[in-house]
Ligand binder design. Structure first.
Ligand SMILES: [Zn+2]
Ligand SMILES: [Zn+2]
Length: 431
């Protein structure tokens, strides 16, 4: 049978990318820091499936949002189910929360996750169709202290990752349904007076969902949305108090914030507190959000559960990695001193391979290049890999049951009986 070959090697899909080994040290740092931060605040990990019912996101993220209208990866399965690759975490986590009876757990329930998300958007610098986020959520408390606490989790996480320079907490309140009603009236009136300047999408949004106009990224709409009435000036008494208290709790833990009334999270389910922690450039301009989130007290109800107050945030890992790379240039990895195994001649290579296997679980940082034949070529690799010691076995050593122990720094060497080699290596590494 003749298999059809590619005429040239295939490439990754548009907007998808490989995370190569040299970037993985930064990912490792995040993977290691995350569970520590979670433990310090009592969060437990959850992993939800990448695929969910399409309806889950349509109902929660909201019809008319860019995510649902344009950016979701959706398809129909062989079983005729309409499904979507998850574009965000919160809806999936709330679905899992209700499905697994977590609403009966002692409150507050604190959950975190990390993994890939998918958005079919135009690929651009630093944004990918498969990107990764970490996510923290607290369920079951509407106290403003919890609002301050989740922001503290975000700030603490960045601190533990070593990202402290030029970050800023931006915070606002988008109120509740009560205070939003009169506000939307005001907003519609304002946009009607500026209708001619709005983009085509926004003219439609004016009828369907006027709040969405505030998220529009079109250049034409920006000056208009900038001057639009702000929700924060129309908060009802309860929302106003909630916001005030949240700010005072932030002050208690010395978190400096800036009130940013233009902050609107582009998803339907948020209410009251919304926040971001942004990275800034040297001039003090916001570069991008390192994390962002808010309160979503009504989401569980939308999914058919009872009302469960909740608040959380998500953070794009690719952006954090970019920050880590810029801030620290090179993450210093503490490399343990390396020991290089060298074997030559048929018997020598066999015995060297065996020695490698015997030392595997000894805690020694082993390297080898036994796929090469000549001793010279192997020692060259040992040099390149900055090996501290080389253990060399040729025909003679194989027969004598010995190993040549070479100090790669000074170049001196001695012959050690095979059964004494581990002890001798450990002794020399301690120097
Ligand atoms: Zn309100
Ligand atoms: Zn627009």
């Amino acid at each position: 049978m003749i298999k059809k070959r590619f005429s040239k090697p295939p490439l990754a899909l548009r907007g998808m990318r490989d995370i190569l080994p040299k970037e993985q040290i930064y990912w490792d740092k995040i993977r290691k820091t995350l569970p520590k931060v979670a433990k310090d605040f009592g969060f437990k990990r959850i992993d939800t499936p990448l695929l969910e019912q399409m309806e889950l996101f349509k109902r929660t993220v909201g019809e008319g949002t860019d995510i649902v209208e344009k950016e979701m990866y959706t398809f129909i399965t062989k079983g005729k189910e309409k499904v979507a690759l998850r574009p965000e975490f919160t809806a999936s986590i709330v679905r899992a929360f209700l499905e697994n009876g977590m609403d009966r757990w002692p409150k507050p329930v604190k959950i975190y996750s990390m993994g890939p998300l998918f958005r079919y958007e135009r690929p651009q610098e630093g944004r990918y169709r498969q990107h990764h986020q970490l996510d923290f959520e607290i369920f079951g408390r509407k106290d403003p202290l919890v609002d301050a606490q989740i922001i503290l989790v975000g700030a603490y996480l960045l601190k533990k990752l070593g990202i402290t320079k030029r970050t800023k907490i931006l915070i606002s309140s988008i109120g509740c349904l009560e205070c939003r009603k009169p506000y939307i009236k005001k907003l519609v009136e304002y946009f009607k007076n500026h209708k001619s300047g709005l983009c085509k999408d926004c003219k439609n949004r004016l009828k369907k969902n006027p709040l969405r106009i505030l998220d529009c990224k079109e250049a034409a709409c920006e000056p208009i949305t900038n001057k639009a009435p702000k929700l924060i000036d129309s908060l009802c008494q309860e929302c106003h108090n909630h916001f005030k208290k949240t700010l005072s709790y932030l002050e208690e833990v010395n978190l400096k914030y800036e009130i940013d009334p233009s902050l609107v999270r582009g998803l339907d389910y948020y209410n009251r507190t919304v926040f971001e922690i942004v990275a800034r450039d040297k001039e003090g301009n916001n570069k991008y959000a390192l994390l962002g989130g808010g309160r979503y007290d009504g989401l569980a109800e939308i999914l058919g559960g009872k009302q469960i107050p909740a608040i959380g945030f998500g953070s794009g890992i690719e952006r954090i990695v970019t920050e880590l790379m810029q801030n620290q240039k090179k993450e210093k990895v503490k490399e343990k001193k390396r020991v290089f195994i060298v074997g030559f001649g048929e018997l020598g290579k066999k015995k060297a391979f065996q020695l490698f296997n015997d030392l595997l679980s000894s805690g020694i940082n082993l390297r080898e290049s036994l796929g090469r034949d000549s001793i010279k070529a192997q020692l060259k690799v040992a040099d390149k890999e900055k090996a501290r010691l080389a253990l060399i076995i040729g025909q003679k050593e194989a027969l004598d049951e010995t190993v040549i122990l070479r100090d790669m720094q000074i170049g001196s060497q001695e012959i050690i009986p095979r059964d004494k080699i581990l002890k001798q290596v450990k002794k020399m590494l301690r120097k």
